[in-house]
Design a protein. Sequence first.
Length: 254
Amino acid sequence: MQSMLRRWLAHPLTAGLDLDDPATTELRRQIIRSKPFLKAIYDEWYSLLAAQLPNINGPVLELGSGAGYLPQFLDNVITSEVFFCSGVSLVANAQELPIATDSLRAIAFTDVLHHIPNVRDFFCEAIRCLRPGGKILMIEPWVSRWSHFVYTHFHHELFSVDAKEWTFPSHGPLSGANGALPWIVFQRDRRAFELEFPELRIELIRPLMPFRYLLSGGVSMRTLMPPFTQPFWRLADGVFKDQGMFALISLVRK
């Protein structure tokens, strides 16, 4: 029943496509811009990331830029992706960044951390590349009772809250994932993270959007609500924010 529902709701442009094909990422950029409900969510996400930027100099490195448009909200952004895409200035793996030491104001991204097979390597690289006071800013899937139900029953990615390690098998740059990984690292295993990476301070974890992203259909499903209902669902998101499907997370390099 769940698989039939997913097939029925699948967006016609990306249904059945290979997630690791750069052409799929190009199509997702088109989808975001063509769905007003979803684009309003991305606008809000980018505004939230921009509001958390530290007051220091330097460029902002965006990871996973292929489908997005963060430079419309920020100046001096280095856009990057794990494979070549149009409009991206740097092909880079987050676990081995071709970026000068102590050079970045921030590293920002949406829905990227839970696709990095070894986040320890990324944190080490981020510490190296960020200037003192620089930040890692992200919006990532989060664990709540509601989100756990949705992600485990209606989403194609692995969502394992019981994973013992911060790693997962990498089948491809986008198909490999554990959607629960940000919660595991920053909530469940927070003390272990703080001991292993004392150079990084968890400044903010703010759960977001229990309903709106789901109703938008994201980049892989059809929109379930018309755009004019967004103010109502924004209000509902605020009331039930503790059940958020995502979280805004800010880490500061000490």
